[in-house]
Ligand binder design. Sequence first.
Ligand SMILES: Cc1ncc(C[n+]2csc(CCOP(=O)(O)OP(=O)(O)O)c2C)c(N)n1
Ligand SMILES: [Mg+2]
Length: 374
Amino acid sequence: MKKLSKPEMDNIAKLSNVARGEILKMTTIAKSGHPGGSMSTIDLMMMLYGMINVNPVHPNDENRDVVVVSNGHISPAVYSTLGLNDFFDVREAVSQFRLCGSIYEGHIERDVPGVEWGTGNLGQGVSTGIGFALANKQNGIDSNVFVFMGDGEQQKGQIAEARKVAVKFDLTNLTVIIDYNRLQISGDIDEVMPNRISDNFLADGWEVIEIDGHNLEDIEFAYTHALRSKLPVMILAKTIMGKGVSFMENKAKYHGSPLSDEQLSEALKELKLENNLDELKDLRSQFKQTDTHHIDFTQEFKLNSGTPKTYKEKTDNRSAWGNALTDLAATTRVKICHLLSLIATLPVVLKLRDLLKKHLRTSIRWELWSITLL
Ligand SMILES: Cc1ncc(C[n+]2csc(CCOP(=O)(O)OP(=O)(O)O)c2C)c(N)n1
Ligand SMILES: [Mg+2]
């Protein structure tokens, strides 16, 4: 992770301010979107991209650090950060935001260069981060995985399971960054659902660092420390929804409300930024659906279902089912991303354990099977 010089930090502060303007412009131009959480996260996100190992020219480089944005509704922050870091022209994202046919959707998708995972359905980011972190460990890639999440999002149950898995597999290459703005779509997080966020992570064996999410020195310290830690780390970043524009700050309304053209002018004045809305509207009107580049992510997967077996001797259903699954694993080349997601009970897993072990390349792969089966 890169150590930043004073001029580099100053430049990141400047970029974050510009990004705040882009967040506001794109949500105003689309008349929809989520400016509040985008503005509370932007200092954390811009700092991260200033410090990690990513290359806008080769966004899929195998050795890159990986950023998962679990709260995919903060797409305006993601597009501003990636655009201002040269992954694409930020004006393209601002003018095409939420436009039918454009890749710059309201919730992030992998069509956008630099976006690692399509999200919007809250609560899944730690699980996804675990997948990247495990795969990198298994493949001997020395890289780090960062997961952005919201604080209201912490109410989702899947996160509780994922926290334990990260510790079990010793994923010291995993860092979760929580935008602790204390607000969610319907108001105060504690009124919606009281939740001891830090205590939960600590209880499951994570290290927790609490910082001011708008103080760049604090953020730099937290990121650097997270990579040295011998535990998975959660950074609880205290932030302000709508940070940077006084009439937006700490208002849950701005979770998902854009500014009007007039309010945007006022906000841009406060941020000391140029108002080029008319030019952007013009660009938006020129967009043709045929200009867009959606990526086809489908992968060929040939399933060899093996040889049907008729049992002459009496056996139980679970053993027969286990044998069939084992046959499947033996006759089909199993890749991690192709693992079957099956709902089963523990005894089924126990019956499969010895058989599956034979056909899976590494112990980690076996464990992944057991996670999906459990
Ligand atoms: C599984 C799921 N449930 C509900 C929603 C609807 N939703 C979108 S954002 C949001 C609030 C999230 O709050 P927080 O994480 O604090 O984000 P912030 O408002 O601070 O941006 C909700 C409930 C969703 N996207 N996914
Ligand atoms: Mg929040």
